[in-house]
Design a protein around this ligand. Sequence first.
Ligand SMILES: Nc1ncnc2c1ncn2[C@@H]1O[C@H](COP(=O)(O)OP(=O)(O)O)[C@@H](O)[C@H]1O
Ligand SMILES: [Mg+2]
Length: 146
Amino acid sequence: MIYESFSQEDTWKLGYKLGQQAKEGEIYCLCGDLGAGKTVFTKGFAQGLEITDHITSPTFTIVNEYQGRLPLYHFDVYRIASVEEMEDTGYEEYFFGKGVSLVEWAELIKELMPQEALWIQIERDFSQGDDYRRITVSSDKEGECI
Ligand SMILES: Nc1ncnc2c1ncn2[C@@H]1O[C@H](COP(=O)(O)OP(=O)(O)O)[C@@H](O)[C@H]1O
Ligand SMILES: [Mg+2]
């Protein structure tokens, strides 16, 4: 599925819609460069899950947990240097837990992501302007975010 976003609000709304539909145990993998809009998407997603807390980027803590209609486990693995470091976060407890996991920079730990995860790739195309983003949603980890 391919979506076109022309503003931060468009990306936020797509996140919101998917957050409203999210189910227990699902894993959302976000990929795209710095500034692509992963955190904007996540903020919409969190609100779609009825989370009222302010979402901050878990860059140093790796994972933040929020409570909404379901728990949200928000990972940002940009600074993860090794699989061992990821294992230290106890990520499997989250991935196979009662909440919804969302992982920014999931392409960096692709081999750890379960087969059933959903992949959301956010790409710029400067020929379409600074605020344009192409957002591809796919259930195939081999197909996206290479
Ligand atoms: N269509 C768009 N979708 C998302 N963000 C956009 C869009 N157009 C411009 N932006 C801007 O790009 C930046 C995205 O930042 P952020 O979500 O933190 O990126 P990431 O988490 O991928 O590093 C924000 O400053 C936002 O205002
Ligand atoms: Mg981010």
